[in-house]
Design a protein around this ligand. Sequence first.
Ligand code: ZN
Length: 500
Amino acid sequence: MTAATAELLDYDDVVARYEPVLGLEVHVELSTATKMFCGCANRFGAEPNTQVCPVCLGLPGSLPVLNEKAVESAIRIGLALNCEIVPWCRFARKNYFYPDMPKNYQISQYDEPIAINGHLDVPLDDGTTWRVDIERAHMEEDTGKLTHLGSDTGRIEGATTSLIDYNRSGVPLIEIVTKPIEGAGERAPEIARAYVTALRDLLRGLGVSDVRMDQGSMRCDSNVSLKPIGRKEFGTRTETKNVNSLKSVEVAVRYEMRRQAAVLESGGRITQETRHFHEDGYTSPGRSKETAEDYRYFPEPDLEPVAPDAEWIERLRATIPELPWLSRKRIQDEWGISDEVMRDLVNIGALDLIAATVEQGASSDAARAWWGNFLVQKANEAGVELDALPITPAQVAAVVKLVDDGKLSNKLARQVVEGVLAGEGEPEQVMKDRGLEVVRDDSALQAAVDEALAANPGIVEKIRGGKVQAAGAIVGAVMKATKGQADAARVRELVLEACS
Ligand SMILES: [Zn+2]
């Protein structure tokens, strides 16, 4: 039997009879320059097995040296999650055999994690928050990456060849574990997704990881169990591994709730096991879950304990930014924009760029108009992310100032921005080099106006006869003759004066 054909209970029936209990474990790869215990580069996407050394290959006699930057990131993550940072902690060896881990043990933290007892107030779609209690955040190293070829699923079952890349071996990881999440009822799947989303945004805001779930730099395991409503003891849980998108977190939790409920309803028992998540929305059984005793944990003898002093912790505490969703809310209020507009700006990656442009002196409306319209279009045309365009917030703010000062019309400003994007220099320089400055000099304008009037005697007649709106045609002719560089309002004044 495949799991795809497993019996599922209707979701409404599940939540009417059972209370779900969740536990979420998130692994995040730190974006440090080097690995956790050696000087190898920590970079995604390099040629396989080019970023390796005796330490991360687990060769006999090699000794690990702890990456201070990784400890700093671990402490900052702990602080941002309102955890207590312990004054003293150690690494442990987690012993097991698998080809992705050549020294046959993983250096991790076991009973002495660096950060404990925190919480995160998670924003939900309806505007309320849900407090998720954090059990611990601990440091460990990543394993190598196995690629199985020849099977339909990409899993080892049925594979004909397996490849191993040790570039990932020894990459610094932080594992963040929640306490049991209870009382969520029917909202459990939504809360699971909201928590991982909030955690991703928080980690991104801290700048400790690129939190790319699609590239595996952030991975979520979701533990789910059910208990009949009113009962105290937890049921048997399953752990769905490596769920690799935010939406999938929600789907995996809902699926497990429905599957487990169907098993329980038919008088069966839940097997404690890890399960694989499949992209089309179901889970299938993996190995039965090892218990901690199986790993023979013991303190790592090759590394000194970590004892962060209070002064260091306070210095790091000062680097914790405002929670991203709180700063988003504050910015939204300041700019006076709707939830929908805000969501769009976040989705196109414009928020930070607009905020930086405002910081450089532009109004939020003007900054929003440039990044949210013209520049996002340019980014789409070039097939790059908005922040990869060769223009800075300071340069956009400079263009806005030229428009505010009346030196550029909006149309001319777009040509200036195109010049900046083409590498022609700073906005003011581009304006001068391309001769784009608005013509405000009356004598130059007067000549163009006189010429247009002389060429259109019929229209002049109409204006003189009281049809003031006919002046538009003359203004248009002057704008065309000056390649859009005339100050249109001033031209209109000159035209009406000449015809009065
Ligand atoms: Zn190495």
